[in-house]
Write a protein that binds this ligand. Structure first.
Ligand SMILES: Nc1ncnc2c1ncn2[C@@H]1O[C@H](COP(=O)(O)OP(=O)(O)OP(=O)(O)O)[C@@H](O)[C@H]1O
Length: 300
């Protein structure tokens, strides 16, 4: 539907995106994951046609209907919830009767019907996002672009936002959604990993998981020994990576049994919690790409 070919985007001296090639609109829900400053907003604005690329080409299917939810709330704060939707419906050329029906449907779907007369500016963060999504799908777009819709939203509202995204996808609209929360990859059918303006990977979730080359051991309640163990683990030739996650220690290895034996021995000696194996988390999966990228620092 939208194809980016060798797209580079610069702002003055700064290269925000470098030689990006990808197709949007094929996956049902396409996630764009990357830390602050990775280039997510730039990529979405290019897809939306709000920016023209410094280099490269963007091919857009003729008459493709796009919906766009920007990173910052773009509804009229002084207008009511329903009033904002009417305004968007008018902009999209929906006639009065169709518009009213669609708005009733959208208000019910988002659970905003109780707040129909509430001033948009006085809504909570989560409700603002729901209103912005409702407005963006008013005209049933072919592709909905969402720029970090769960950023700064409380955990319950994050769930609600994802419920809406799944609903949009079920209705046949393709979705491109950016996030800096790694675990939100689980909601997506395909996931792009963007880092410092470069596309490190664009795969289906099972490909990331199955290609993870290490086994993952976790030492629970290891807060007290973390400072001592981490440097030791990092010196072990059998350990590919070790990091702390809360009070747990996470260890990657290709030599699972040898490392398990070592960790269990240390754990007995120091009286930490149990040692257990886990399947790689999204953090493990993505950290591996970033490490292979050679930066060796923690971007998140
Ligand atoms: N108008 C601009 N002028 C100069 N630099 C910019 C401009 N817009 C973005 N950048 C820079 O380009 C890079 C990519 O920015 P972008 O906003 O696309 O990233 P992002 O992944 O969306 O991050 P964030 O979550 O912080 O918005 C960043 O280093 C940013 O500082």
């Amino acid at each position: 539907m939208i194809r980016l070919q060798e797209v580079t985007q610069r702002y003055g001296e700064k290269t925000a995106l470098k030689e990006i090639g990808l197709t949007l609109g094929e996956a049902r829900i396409h996630g764009l994951i990357g830390p602050d400053g990775a280039g997510k907003t730039t990529l979405i604005k290019l897809a939306a046609g709000l920016l023209a690329p410094t280099e490269g080409k963007i091919l857009r299917e003729k008459r493709i209907r796009l919906g766009y939810v920007p990173e910052t709330f773009a509804m009229y704060e002084e207008m009511g919830v329903a009033e904002n939707l009417h305004f968007y419906g008018q902009l999209n050329g929906l006639d009065r009767e169709v518009r009213q029906k669609r708005i009733d449907e959208l208000l019910r779907w988002t659970d905003l019907d109780r707040f129909a007369d509430r001033r948009a500016g006085s809504l909570s963060g989560g409700m603002k996002q729901k209103l912005a999504i409702a407005a963006a799908v008013m005209h049933r777009p072919d592709l909905l672009l969402l720029d970090e819709p769960t950023n700064g939203v409380d955990p319950l509202s994050r769930r609600e936002v994802w419920r809406l995204i799944q609903g949009v996808a079920r209705e046949g609209t393709r979705v491109l959604v950016s996030t800096q929360y790694l675990d939100e990859a689980r909601h997506c059918d395909r996931v792009m990993l963007l880092y410092r303006g470069r596309l490190l990977a664009d795969e289906e979730p099972h490909v990331y998981r199955h290609s993870f080359p290490y086994r993952v051991w976790v030492v629970h309640d290891a807060g007290g020994v973390r400072g001592k163990w981490l440097p030791r683990l990092r010196r072990e030739s059998t350990v590919a990576e070790a990091y702390s996650r809360g009070t747990d220690l996470v260890v990657w290895t290709r030599e699972a049994e040898a490392v398990r034996g070592m960790l269990e021995k240390w754990a007995r000696e120091e009286g930490t919690g149990a040692v257990g194996e886990e399947s790689p988390s999204w953090e493990d999966v993505f950290t591996r790409y970033l490490m292979e990228d050679g930066e060796g620092e923690e971007p998140w």
